[in-house]
Structures are given as structure tokens and as C-alpha cells.
Design a protein around this ligand. Structure first.
Ligand code: SIN
Length: 521
């Protein structure tokens, strides 16, 4: 094991290794490791009140490895009564102690969890690869990324404060303070089984909230492993609770969460349709709903771009995690003057860098999709595009390995009447649209109800300013294809969500502002 001052961020795709500059994360790994270390971190139970437990009725559901279809384990399938108990316990812990702990004590516990995540980084990374298939080096990057939120919010815990305001009355002092909102229900996706949890969990705990987490059906073990680490870190029972739920029971539990008035906040990452459902169903209890929803990221390459850099950025943005990220490039717009040159260079690079396989294989840069439904969606997008005139240059079909493997695909002549122009593909398909003018591409890029991330490549400074201003998205990558980090606000506009995660804004989702007017002196 070697120690360096930089860590792998998220991706192993790209000839040049991408490094984050997070100096505080100091550990990286040799490329050789025993690939079954993750088994020691498999807990097949729910986690309520500081203990692993079966579901009330003893039911379980199965979790499979998407690379080979093998069973990883059977996990407790929680009922409404289990979730009810978890919420009661979380509420009691919130009222009895957690909301009143000193910020520096919460910070200490989060720091310990951060250290434990680093100490267990290899088995945790393997667990991600086993459960969702991403290449092991990407999983290692995710563990570092996930850890960065634990460290960041440990630091932020001590910076939550109110203000004394200028009073308009001589005999009254006015101020506001920030107080933890209460019990938070956290619902996370499978595409980043660790980091999407820590980004919410660490912020909620730093704010002084207690949590009930519903992990994704496909990757519950990565979340339950954090419970084991939280015991070691010393979190009191009841502060963190985890209730795995099978796909078939999810809607029922979701509805219970929405209608439970003991839950003050729902923090969800996932599809726009489920996000809308959560807003609608929680209207009765008027709770805060923080949403990180789908994207449809435009990736624009202008004539003035550095083509090599644009190709490299496109590869990491489009193909990391097999294209299964909310911020990945979904619509690649290339200006007329460099269109052919860019497409040829992208095709060449894809053939060089994209190697499909089991995530545990050292050479793999693209793993499988998560399940059959995901494969069907990608196929439907490719077929629809082909029927409407798109030209497939590379790939376009299920990979000969079978299962959930889909060939990295490059198509040109994409048009705005295609499904791929309006829906998130969530797969390794690069669809290239040709455009002529800046006005035209801005209009098409913004002709979309989702606005999470957007990317563009240009070396024209005036254009950079204009396009930054006009793109309707929550996050912009200029001459870069990767933008996520704990320091920056992550979130979208329009139907891509509500609120921001990470950054100093991240804790605000879990705090209430209380205005105090103190008179009579
Ligand atoms: C996501 O795909 O939801 C998150 C990706 C990221 O944090 O970069």
C-alpha cells in the first residue's frame, strides 16, 4: 500500500490518470488485492437502534452481481412496521440527545467514520464492484469521493451558526439561529452506492439530525456496511437507521415515509418521476423534500475548442460508470467546422480506451449495466435513433459477453425528435448532434425540462462568458468533463431537483432558521 498526497477521483477511463487535489485524503492502493475481502462487510439485516436485526416478518430479498448474475446475499425486506420502529427510534434519539450534542462532538464522530472508511476502503470498493459492476478502480475512486463528504461535513458541523441582525427597534434585539430539522429520510440510488449516501448522511448528522436510510434495492450491502463502521466510530444507537426494502415493497414504504409527520425532511437522489411522486405524496405533511433528480447534460464542442481535450473530456463524462451517472453527457453537440475531426478522434479514442468486462478484471474500463430494464432502455434509445436516421459508427448492440453488458456506442446524425434527445439514456451511448451557430445550440440545449449539469469546450473567452450565462443548468464544466467534489454545490434547476448537496450549502437542507425577537429591555 502506498501513501501519496492525492487520490483517485471517480474514473479510470482516460490515458492520463485523473487525480483530485484533495490533499487530506492520503491513501491509495496497489493494483493487486484479494477480490473477496468485501465478504467480511456483508450484513444481511436491517439496522435499527444500533443493532442489526431481521425484518418483522423474516422476509428477505436477493441481491445479485450484475457482471455474472451470481447471488451476493439475501437481505432483510423491511415492512411498514419496521420503518415505523426506525422512525420512532430516530425521533427519540433526536429529542433525547443528538440534537443537543456539541457540534465538535458530532464532528469527531464523523471524522472517525471518515478514517474508518479509509481504513476499509478496499473491501468497501470491492463491495461496490460486486453489487453494481463498476470497475474496481472506479469503485476505489468512489470510496475516496464518499469519504471526502464525511470529512467535509465533519468540518462544516462547527461552522453552523446564526446572526445578530440590526434591529429596527431600540428596545428589541433580533437574531436568528439554525436548528436541526429533525428526522431525515434518506433514499439513495444504486449508481454511487457509497458516495450518494455519505453526501446526505454526513450533512444531516453534522446539522444534528437523525436519519432513516432506505438503501437502493440493487446495492443495499454498501449502505449496511456503513452501519457497521458507524458502530465502530461510536455513533449512539438510533442516530443512524437503515431499512432495506425490496423493489416490490418500495412504493408502499415510500408512501409511509411521505405521510409520516415525524419525518421532517426527505432527501432523495434518483429519477425525476419518483422525485415528483415524493413531492406530491408528502404534500399532506408539508415536509421539506430535497431532490437530486435526472439530468440530460448537453456537452457542447465549439469550433474554437481544443479537440484532444474535448475528446478526453467527452470520454470521461460520457463513459464513466458505463454512462450511469446523472451528470454524464447525454447530448453531444459538435459545431460544423470541427464535427468530422471530433467524431473521428472520439471514435479512435473509444476503441483504444473502452474495455468491457467484469469490474474485478484489471483491464476493464466499462462494466455491465445494472439490470435488464436498464439494458432495454438503452436498446430502445439506440433503435429509435437508428429508425429516425442516426448512423451507428461503433457498437449499437448488446455485447457478446451477454448479461447486462452493452457495447460502448457512438452515433452521429442525432436529431431532436429522437428519444435520446429528451430522455436520460443512462448507458454507454454517445449521440452526436451537429450544429451551426451558438444561438442554435443554446436553444436546443435548453429545450429540455431537466437542467442538472452542462459542459462546453471553447477557447473564445467572450463565448465562454456568454454560454455560461445562458445555459439553463445547475452545474457547468468549462473545458472539463468532471466537476463533482465535496467543496462544490451539487444540484440542478428545472425538473432536475430542489436544493444543493455538498459545499457549505449542503447542511442547509437539514436546518431550520428560527428568528428570535427579544424585547423588553
Ligand atoms: C449522480 O450521478 O447522481 C452523482 C454523480 C456525481 O456525484 O458526480
Amino acid at each position: 500500500m502506498s501513501f501519496i498526497t492525492k487520490s483517485i477521483l471517480i474514473t479510470n477511463i482516460g490515458q492520463k490518470q485523473r487525480w483530485s487535489t484533495t490533499a487530506s485524503i492520503i491513501r491509495t492502493f496497489s493494483s493487486h488485492s484479494q477480490n473477496d475481502l468485501y465478504r467480511s462487510l456483508i450484513f444481511e439485516k436491517a439496522f435499527i437502534d444500533g443493532k442489526f436485526c431481521q425484518s418483522e416478518n423474516g422476509e428477505k430479498f436477493k441481491v445479485f452481481n450484475p457482471s455474472n448474475g451470481k447471488l451476493i446475499g439475501n437481505v432483510a425486506d423491511c415492512t411498514v412496521n419496521d420503518v415505523k420502529r426506525a422512525v420512532q427510534v430516530a425521533k427519540k434519539s433526536f429529542n433525547d440527545h443528538w440534537s443537543q450534542t456539541l457540534a465538535k462532538d458530532r464532528a469527531q464522530l464523523l471524522k472517525r467514520l471518515f478514517t474508518l472508511q479509509l481504513d476499509n476502503a478496499e473491501p468497501l470498493a470491492q463491495l461496490i464492484t460486486a453489487e453494481m459492476g463498476k470497475p474496481l478502480r472506479e469503485s476505489r475512486g468512489e470510496i475516496m469521493y464518499g469519504a471526502s463528504f464525511l470529512e467535509w461535513f465533519a468540518e462544516q458541523a462547527r461552522r453552523i451558526h446564526g446572526e445578530i441582525l440590526q434591529s429596527p427597534w431600540p428596545d428589541k434585539r433580533i437574531s436568528y439561529r439554525k436548528e436541526p430539522s429533525g428526522v431525515v429520510a434518506i433514499i439513495t440510488p444504486w449508481n454511487f452506492p457509497n458516495a450518494m449516501v455519505t453526501r446526505k448522511l454526513a450533512a444531516a448528522l453534522a446539522a444534528g439530525c437523525t436519519v432513516v436510510i432506505k438503501p437502493p434495492e440493487d446495492t443495499p450491502f454498501s449502505v449496511l456496511a456503513l452501519a457497521a463502521l458507524s458502530i465502530k466510530a461510536g455513533f449512539p444507537p438510533g442516530v443512524i437507521n437503515i431499512v432495506p426494502v425490496s423493489r416490490q415493497n418500495t412504493q408502499n414504504i415510500g408512501s409511509y415515509i411521505c405521510n409520516n409527520s415525524d419525518i421532517s425532511v426527505i432527501s432523495f437522489t434518483g429519477s425525476t418521476s419518483v422525485g415528483k411522486w415524493l413531492i406530491k405524496n408528502s404534500a399532506n405533511t408539508v415536509k421539506r423534500v430535497c431532490l437530486e433528480l435526472g439530468g440530460d447534460a448537453p456537452f457542447i464542442v465549439f469550433d474554437s475548442a481544443n479537440i484532444d481535450k474535448a475528446v478526453q473530456g467527452c470520454i470521461v463524462s460520457k463513459f464513466r460508470n458505463a454512462g450511469q451517472t446523472c451528470v454524464c453527457a447525454n447530448r453531444i453537440f459538435v459545431q460544423d467546422g470541427i464535427h468530422d475531426q471530433f467524431v473521428n478522434a472520439l471514435a479512435e479514442q473509444m476503441q483504444k480506451e473502452l474495455i468491457i468486462g467484469d469490474g474485478f478484471d484489471d483491464h476493464t474500463t466499462i462494466g455491465p449495466l445494472i439490470n435488464e430494464k436498464a439494458v432495454e432502455k438503452v436498446i430502445s434509445h439506440v433503435e429509435d435513433a437508428q429508425n429516425k436516421g442516426a448512423k451507428i459508427l461503433i457498437g449499437g448492440r448488446k455485447h457478446e459477453k451477454g448479461g447486462y453488458f452493452f457495447q460502448p456506442t457512438l452515433m452521429t446524425n442525432a436529431k431532436s425528435d429522437m428519444l435520446i434527445a429528451h430522455e436520460e439514456t443512462f448507458g454507454p451511448v454517445a449521440a452526436v448532434f451537429r450544429f451551426k451557430t451558438e444561438d442554435e445550440v443554446i436553444r436546443i440545449a435548453n429545450d429540455c425540462r431537466r437542467g442538472l449539469a452542462g459542459y462546453f469546450y471553447s477557447q473564445d473567452y467572450a463565448q465562454i462568458e456568454r454560454v455560461t450565462r445562458r445555459l439553463e443548468v445547475g452545474m457547468i464544466g468549462i473545458n472539463d468533463g468532471i466537476l463533482s467534489c465535496c467543496e462544490a454545490p451539487f444540484g440542478g434547476v428545472k425538473e432536475s431537483g430542489l436544493g444543493r448537496e455538498g459545499s457549505h450549502f449542503g447542511v442547509d437542507e437539514f436546518l431550520d432558521v428560527k428568528y428570535v425577537c427579544h424585547g423588553g429591555f
